[in-house]
Write a protein that binds this ligand. Structure first.
Ligand code: C2O
Ligand code: CU
Ligand code: CU
Length: 422
């Protein structure tokens, strides 16, 4: 924390070597290390400044995924950081506690940079943390960054070995950069902050013995109340916070079961993710019944309705054009965006700057797991979604935010649009 109270972080994007299960010499990239980056953490109301140093041999950017901030420091493709140079982003955190993340967002290179290891969590806190929720980082509140990887010998395979339409897919799984991971559990309640930081793959998390996952949060913060389910599906870029109940001495596996997307994914479609190993003596806990107040946005108040159809590599039949603004949004208004997946390939819809609420899926009320704040939404083939967002606080007619498909190959190939808030 600096003299003026600003919370200052340093992130150096750099090449290195890691052991991802194929020897110690796998060439990878990381922030401040050889793979992934540190978990950044700040509280609502705090001023943060991140100094980014690019020690790669190509341009990069760092985008703060899920963060409500001015377009100028959003880290999109408009502001590349050249090799060898430095950049600072600073803003004031003003949104509920949530599990956000950061990753590169340069033109044409996002898939490869994330795949090599550039990504990290950005956890936000606020003073509304309900009593009883596990919150000791690394003990009963644990980051679970899930990524698939393929290898050629001892090096990462950068090609799409399955001939899929979604880019690089791997047949091995890492959690926080670790193959075959396990977690020593010391409490009856374990909170897992799940992030799908893969470039293309969709996961459908479930427990090996069928016990429930209690979902407590989505991309943008806590749900109104805990929701018990037998599976949690996350497309690229989505997060979920879940709580698993454990008994002394037991072992159980978090898995990702078949998604049914095999024909789009190719190769394997189910994985062991993380083994939970409970100690003989566990500290007991009870989940609160209520988690957060979520103010519902009212579609009747929407100032604008827009439709975006995702198909092929286009949104509304157009690819990304840095000189074209696709939507001009008036500050402090709400908008309803109708988003459809034309057909075929799965997509993942993401809007910068805002958290949205899902109003409907194919015209029907959304399921409970879509009942909280979202910034990224799985677009199942052929389905239509309606979302609502409030665009508050920051106007900048000359700097655009992005919305795009978060399948990173699709994003690199131009499945992106721009909006400005005026
Ligand atoms: Cu997670 Cu435009 O990005
Ligand atoms: Cu983003
Ligand atoms: Cu896509």
């Amino acid at each position: 924390v600096g003299a003026d109270g600003t919370r200052v972080f340093d992130l150096t994007a750099q090449p290195g070597a890691s052991d991802l299960g194929h020897g110690a010499n796998t060439r990878t990239w990381g922030y401040n290390g050889s793979y992934l980056g540190p978990t950044l953490r700040a509280a609502r109301g705090e001023r943060v400044a991140v100094n980014v140093h690019n020690r790669l041999n190509e341009p990069t950017t760092v985008h703060w995924h899920g963060m409500h901030l001015p377009a100028k420091v959003d880290g999109g493709p408009h502001h590349p950081i050249p090799p060898g140079s430095d950049y600072q982003a600073a803003w004031t955190v003003d949104q509920p506690a949530a599990t956000l993340w950061y990753h590169p967002h340069p033109s044409d290179r996002t898939e490869r940079q994330v795949y090599r290891g550039l990504a990290g969590l950005f956890i936000l806190d606020d003073d509304q943390q309900p009593a009883g929720l596990p919150h000791e980082y690394g003990v009963d509140d644990v980051p679970v960054v899930v990524q698939d990887k393929g290898f050629d010998g001892d090096q990462l395979s950068m090609s799409d070995r399955f001939g899929s339409d979604v880019g690089i897919l791997g047949d091995e799984l890492l959690v926080n950069g670790t193959p075959g991971p396990f977690l020593d559990v010391r409490t009856t309640l374990v909170r897992l902050r799940l992030l799908n930081a893969s470039t293309a793959r969709v996961y459908d998390f479930t427990m090996s013995d069928g016990r429930p996952l209690t979902m407590i949060g989505t991309d943008g913060g806590l749900l109104a109340a805990p929701y018990s389910t037998d599976h949690v599906r996350l497309s690229v870029g989505e997060r979920a916070e879940v709580v698993v109940a454990m008994r002394p001495g037991e072992r159980v596996e978090l898995r990702s079961r078949a998604t049914g997307l095999g024909r789009f994914h190719g190769g394997r479609d189910s994985f062991d993710v993380l083994q939970l190993r409970a100690a003989g003596d566990l500290k007991a806990g009870t989940l609160p019944e209520k988690l957060a107040d979520i103010q519902r946005l009212d579609p009747k108040q929407a100032a604008q309705r827009r439709t975006f159809t995702f198909q092929g590599r286009d949104i509304n039949d157009d690819g990304m054009d840095m000189d074209r603004v696709d939507a001009v949004v008036v500050k402090d208004t709400t908008e309803v965006w109708n988003v459809a997946n034309g057909h075929g390939t799965p997509h993942s819809f993401h809007i910068h700057d805002v958290q949205f609420q899902v109003l409907s899926v194919d015209g029907a009320a959304p399921p409970p797991e879509l009942g909280g704040w979202k910034d990224t939404l799985f677009l199942e083939p052929g389905r239509r979604y309606s979302v609502i967002a409030a665009f508050a606080d920051y106007a900048d007619p000359t700097t655009a935010y992005m919305f795009h498909c978060h399948v990173l190959r699709h994003e690199d190939e131009g499945m992106m649009g721009q909006f400005v808030v005026v």
